[in-house]
Design a binder for this molecule. Structure first.
Ligand code: ADP
Ligand code: ZN
Length: 519
């Protein structure tokens, strides 16, 4: 392991900080030893020093690839103020300044050179770089290589060729957000198969999280949560503009200072409402996900998902807007099988490639399996991001009031059999009616003679509803997209495993929505 004395000395002398934080020292040490790294550090974790300091210490220029011109400008300005020889090449740089920068790079007189991916692949630039002494190559916002995320940049895919062009130069992929799949993508696309991964904790110890299935009157549940927290600042996320407007109006009627926010509103109104939210201490913002970017209010005390988010990453980002000041903040997520159906439908209707759609759907399913699951909330999220050693948080709903779980493998087998015997042609209500052995009232006589008719008569209807929802959340069953969706098999392999009892289905004994909040 590299001696970090010089690195620490640089941190102090150039940047004025006394010591490294988090994983900075480990990342820097690896790069100083000339090896590749992949670093996933939360926002504010101090990613820039991870490449800036080795770039200063190693001979040659450190090349930083970043898609954000504003960020490059800030960093270069800050580095120059600190006396570091830094420059950038982007579309705003004039040709004289450009020539000067290129000369400095060739002579080894630059410590850091920031370029956009377009700039990097501009005619002849890579050939030029091959003649320069290169200290390292850092790829910032590395998650942009992954086409599953919303920040996908096709240019980033080509960055893999740097491996062949600059053998022996340590390369770094750096990002603040990358789940396991994105991490795998970064490795494969950027040819960092052997890079050591440094994943800093995504934990937010002051977040107290809970999730529950939507009760029959979800609005009432939300009002209860808000009323119990009167005078505190909160955010309520809803999926549609209608739902946003309706919820905000209903809260206003209850004398809660609620504001609506969505992309359909005038920019002026949005700015004004965001300002009020930021400045006043008791405002509740009811919003679509259009509200978020650039929101940095320290004392948001709770975040409610009135409709479920898109993925575990989105969930974490959104609840993460609570408790920025470090004091306790609560997150409540209210979800239903219909939310999952909507998420699948949106993915399918989008114009992404089939492959991307499949991943979006998988991410939605992972979210619902997590929400409806039996794992500590914070631990579940952290494991999802690749933190293998994450421990239960001790304060979430699962930790403080562990849901009673039952082995539902047998029930699942019966429900799946019924779906199959009914030719995957009917919806939830009828499958349950069939299992219970109900006749008349909209039940189709045709299926009454099938072997699965009435095989679940000894199990109450709400339990069947729970079993089917659980199988939907796990993706074993799925639902069509019609007005009256039919149940069908979602995962043949899972079904076979359940029939053979190789896969155990554990689920909550009762839907949590039947429980009232404790306080
Ligand atoms: P990000 O990981 O979000 O890109 P930055 O690299 O911009 O984070 O750093 C975030 C802030 O933390 C900056 O103001 C930086 O000066 C500060 N910082 C980073 N590392 C340290 C450290 N070891 N000691 C003190 N401050 C640090
Ligand atoms: Zn927990």
């Amino acid at each position: 392991m590299a001696d970090l004395t010089a690195a620490r000395e640089t941190l102090q002398r150039v940047f004025g900080h006394s010591d490294f934080r988090g994983l900075q020292a480990d990342v820097i040490s690896e790069v100083l030893d000339g090896r590749d790294v992949m670093a996933v550090l939360p926002t504010g974790g101090g990613k820039s020093f991870c490449y800036q300091i080795p770039a200063i210490l190693r001979p040659g220029v450190g090349l930083v690839v970043s898609p954000l011109i504003a960020l490059m400008q800030d960093q270069v300005a800050a580095l120059r103020t600190a006396g570091v020889a830094a420059a950038r090449l982007d579309s705003t740089i004039q040709s004289d300044a450009r020539r000067e920068t290129l000369n400095a790079a060739r002579e080894g007189a630059l410590d850091l050179l920031y370029v956009s991916p377009e700039g990097l692949f501009a005619q002849g630039f890579l050939d030029f770089l091959e003649q320069c002494p290169i200290a390292l190559i850092a790829i910032d916002e590395a998650h942009c290589v992954s086409q599953w995320g919303h920040d996908f940049r096709p240019d980033y895919r080509a960055l893999g060729q740097l491996a062949g062009r600059f053998p022996g130069v340590p390369r770094m992929a750096v990002t603040a957000t990358a789940d396991l799949k994105t991490q795998a993508d970064i490795r494969a696309q950027l040819r960092l198969e052997d890079a050591r991964a440094f994943i800093d904790s995504f934990d937010r110890p002051n977040l107290v999280l809970a999730a529950e299935r939507k009760p029959s009157k979800p609005q009432d549940r939300i009002f209860d949560i808000v009323r119990e927290r009167r005078g505190k600042s909160g955010i309520i996320y809803a999926a549609t503009r209608d739902n946003v407007e309706k919820t905000a109006a209903n809260l206003q009627a209850l004398k809660v200072p609620a504001l609506a926010y969505h992309a359909g509103l005038d920019a002026g109104i949005r700015a004004e409402r965001q300002h009020r939210f930021q400045e006043e201490d008791d405002v509740v913002m009811v919003a679509t996900i259009a509200f978020g970017m650039g929101v940095d209010k320290p004392n948001v005390r709770y975040v409610i998902h009135a409709d479920s988010p898109k993925s575990i990453e989105a969930y974490w980002q959104e609840v993460g807007r609570g408790g920025r000041d470090g004091d306790v903040a609560e997150g409540f997520c209210i979800y239903s099988a219909n939310d999952l159906r909507r998420a699948v439908m949106f993915a399918n209707q989008g114009n992404a490639s089939e492959q991307v759609k499949a991943v979006q759907i998988k991410k939605a399913r992972q979210l619902f399996a997590f929400l409806d699951g039996l794992t500590c909330r914070r631990m579940g999220v952290r494991r999802y991001f690749g933190e293998e050693n994450a421990e239960p948080c001790g304060v979430c709903d699962v930790c403080t009031d562990p849901p009673v779980s039952i082995d539902a493998t047998e029930l699942a087998s019966k429900a799946i059999s019924a779906v199959m015997r009914m030719d995957q042609r009917v919806g939830r209500g009828r499958v349950i009616g069939h299992l219970i052995g109900r006749t008349g009232d909209g039940m189709d006589e045709r299926y009454a003679s099938r072997s699965t008719f009435g095989i679940g008569a000894d199990t109450p209807e709400p339990v069947w509803r729970g079993v089917i929802e659980h199988l939907l959340f796990e993706g074993v069953l799925s639902e069509g997209e019609d007005e009256r969706p039919t149940l069908c098999i979602g995962d043949d392999e899972a079904v076979r495993a359940i029939f053979r009892k190789e896969r155990v289905i554990r689920m909550r004994e009762a839907a949590k929505s039947t429980r009232r909040s404790k306080d």
